[in-house]
Design a protein around this ligand. Structure first.
Ligand code: ATP
Length: 443
């Protein structure tokens, strides 16, 4: 078994042990196993703010699950954000292992061959391929934009894989703008600005995801401006993604906006019906699933604007069939999707909807939930709303922060952690939150 297989077996054990599936999704699923070195089973976590919480609450459980699967009592190590995997092993092993490793934050499944091309993404796909084939020669920068869940990250990782396959020595760096910001702040705090600059300016290809989040951060914009110039002037490729085009990113400095427009801007639109069906077919084939055509058609008709949700619906139907030991059929699909999609066709599930329901329950105004006021009678419902947004919506932490008046993602994670902990101790609160969740679903 390889490390990923070990981890997927261990995950099953952990999932059985953790009572709350939400805790499992929030704290355990983001862990990415990256290597077994000597007596250590090593993970990376996409956001450093999770590390502390995972170590405090779940380390013994992770350790025993890994031991049960591997039959070895590994020490569990979660890497620090900038920590290199080699820094946790001894010198002897380092020399044996000199082959460059794939950047750990690239998803191996996000490659060009698994990307389904349709009218909605043809241009973005062609531009990405051109950039991957001739970095810094075709379009520089390449700016990809589109709504959530439409394949921007998939295309960016595909470019990185393609370049690395052709030239394993290429220095390719993929980061989210959130990581860029966090690393910049850390470098300032620790007086390591030189190191930060070396890291970001000494590369061949920089891919930076979700750039819209630097819009309110002047210091980050300043640093990114210099990073951009240094790379561009030394003829290095820059690829940027955002949920909107440069001209719609508010409070972005003009000098950055104009640079983003220097190269090629390509948008990704929601897929048409045929592409949605093709994506579902590809997924079913890849996962060796037998899914009747009418079931595919049912999913593709109901989920139109987000590919992550499209794939999620298929997964849900397959899971439902397995759990209830039935064959996948149209009626089973209808039943399994009823909870989420029946009424939501009229009122889409959004952060605003969650804020409205919570505000009305606590008798406060939605604007207060979204605003900055600190009294407990407002701050507490706000934290509950953040928790529910994370639980019920497919939104990243920065996107939730944005829905609450542009708050930082650390505030969101703090709120989620706090509400989770209080729910464990307070059955009444748990009940209230479950009722709110039901009410939101029934809107
Ligand atoms: N054309 C496609 N073919 C196959 N799978 C796709 C396609 N587009 C998106 N997907 C899949 O949909 C999911 C969401 O895509 P991705 O994470 O790239 O979206 P995104 O645009 O970066 O969203 P966000 O802005 O929320 O980060 C992924 O699992 C991805 O593999």
């Amino acid at each position: 078994m390889d490390i990923n297989q070990y981890w997927s077996e261990a995950l099953k054990i952990i999932e059985d042990e953790i009572a709350s599936s939400f805790s499992f999704q929030t704290w355990i699923q983001p862990l990415v196993p990256v290597g077994i070195k000597e007596d250590k089973f090593i993970f990376r976590i996409p956001d450093p703010i999770y590390k502390d919480m995972v170590e405090k609450r779940f380390l013994p459980l992770i350790q025993s699950a890994v031991a049960a699967v591997t039959k070895v009592n590994y020490q569990i190590v979660i890497l620090e954000e900038n920590q290199d995997i080699d820094s946790v092993v001894t010198q002897t092993q380092k020399t044996e292992n000199s082959r460059p490793e794939l950047p750990q934050n690239l998803n191996p499944k996000y490659v060009f061959s698994s990307f389904v091309v349709g009218n909605s993404n043809r241009m973005a796909h062609a531009a990405s391929l051109a950039v991957a084939e001739s970095p810094a020669k075709a379009y520089n920068p390449l700016f990809l934009y589109g709504n959530s869940g439409l394949g921007k990250t998939h295309l960016m990782h595909s470019i990185a894989h393609f370049i690395l396959d052709k030239n394993p020595a290429a220095k390719v760096l993929y980061v989210t703008s959130e990581t860029f910001t966090n690393e910049l702040i850390l470098s300032i705090q620790n007086n390591k600005n030189e190191e930060f600059r070396n890291k970001y300016r000494n590369i061949d290809v920089l891919l930076i995801d979700d750039i819209q989040f630097i819009s309110k951060k002047e210091g980050t914009q300043e640093e990114f401006f210099h990073t951009f110039n240094a790379l561009y002037e030394s003829n290095k490729q820059i690829i940027i993604s955002s949920d909107r085009p440069p001209k719609e990113i508010k409070t972005l400095e003009d000098r950055l906006r104009s640079r983003f427009e220097w190269g090629l801007i390509a948008d990704i639109q929601p897929p048409d019906y045929e592409t949605r069906i093709a994506i579902l077919r590809t997924k079913a084939e890849r996962d060796h699933l037998e899914v009747p055509d009418d079931v595919m058609a049912y999913i593709a008709k109901n989920i139109v604007s987000n590919i992550r949700e499209l794939e999620g619906a298929l997964t849900r139907i397959v899971a439902y069939a397995t759990l209830t030991t039935q064959k996948i059929s149209l009626s089973l699909a209808e039943k399994s999707m009823k909870d989420i999609y029946s009424d939501s066709a009229q009122v889409p599930l959004t952060a605003e909807l969650i804020q409205e329901v919570v505000a009305s329950h606590y008798n406060i105004r939605v604007e207060d939930i979204q605003g900055n006021k600190k009294p407990k009678n407002i701050a507490f419902p706000r934290q509950i709303s953040m928790y529910l947004c994370r639980k019920m919506l497919d939104l990243t932490l920065p996107k939730i922060g944005e829905a609450f008046g542009g708050r930082d993602h650390t505030t969101v994670i703090h709120a989620i952690g706090k509400i989770e902990k209080q729910m464990e101790a307070d059955a009444e609160l748990k009940n209230t939150i479950m009722e709110l969740e039901k009410e939101i679903k029934n809107q």
